[in-house]
Design a protein around this ligand. Structure first.
Ligand SMILES: Cc1cc2nc3c(=O)[nH]c(=O)nc-3n(C[C@H](O)[C@H](O)[C@H](O)COP(=O)(O)O)c2cc1C
Length: 175
């Protein structure tokens, strides 16, 4: 099933997520995703990230510098949220469904040669109240990921070592 569609608009990829089927809810549903591009909102996000880093790593200026560079160099960021339901099981299923949707975005990004990093920690700010406030503190929503999106540096890509992957047999338990 296709779960994500990408449109290109002025050189920026815009993702429309179609909700993967979730228990008891099979209709297609368009997620609202909040996209931050270069501009005033992006500058405010950079300020938040800097404040977070300065609080978290007061004695590590180099780490702060390299982390903030990641934010500055990323042209598009997408905050993805899931709905908090009236009970825990539904909220969890919503969150799992959103994770599937993000993964579909990831695969679609790869098709377009876009660099895609799902961040929750550090400058992803997903576990920080500041991000929730930044996106307007929507009630009944939980932020699941900040997606950092952009075209990778061609030279770095060429020089990157192939990734080591653990063989699936080492991650499989047969009962
Ligand atoms: C739920 C989740 C949260 C993640 N959070 C972070 C993060 O905060 N910072 C980070 O550098 N990578 C994080 N990652 C990993 C990156 O998204 C990505 O997998 C990694 O950079 C390798 O990407 P690549 O294989 O495309 O190079 C997270 C991945 C997942 C699935």
């Amino acid at each position: 099933m296709v779960t994500s569609i990408i449109y290109r608009n002025q050189g920026v990829a815009i993702f429309l997520l179609i909700k993967p089927s979730n228990i008891g809810f099979n209709s297609l549903f368009l997620y609202k995703v909040l996209t931050i591009r270069q501009g005033e909102a992006k500058e405010r996000y950079e300020e938040l990230a800097l404040a977070y880093l300065q609080e978290r790593f007061p004695t590590k200026p180099h780490l702060i510098e390299s982390s903030i560079k990641v934010v500055t160099n990323t042209p598009v960021m997408i905050a993805v949220t899931s709905d908090i339901a009236s009970n825990e099981a539904d909220s969890k299923d919503n969150e799992y469904a959103v994770c599937c949707a993000i993964h579909s975005m990831w695969l679609a990004a790869q098709e377009l040669d876009l660099g895609f990093v799902w961040r929750t920690r550090g400058v992803g700010l997903v576990h920080d109240q500041r991000l929730h406030d930044f996106i307007g503190a929507p009630e009944g929503k939980k932020t699941v990921g900040m997606i950092f999106l952009g075209y990778p540096d061609a030279k770095e890509l060429e020089e990157a070592k192939p990734k080591k992957r653990t063989p699936f047999v080492e991650k499989t338990v047969w009962l």
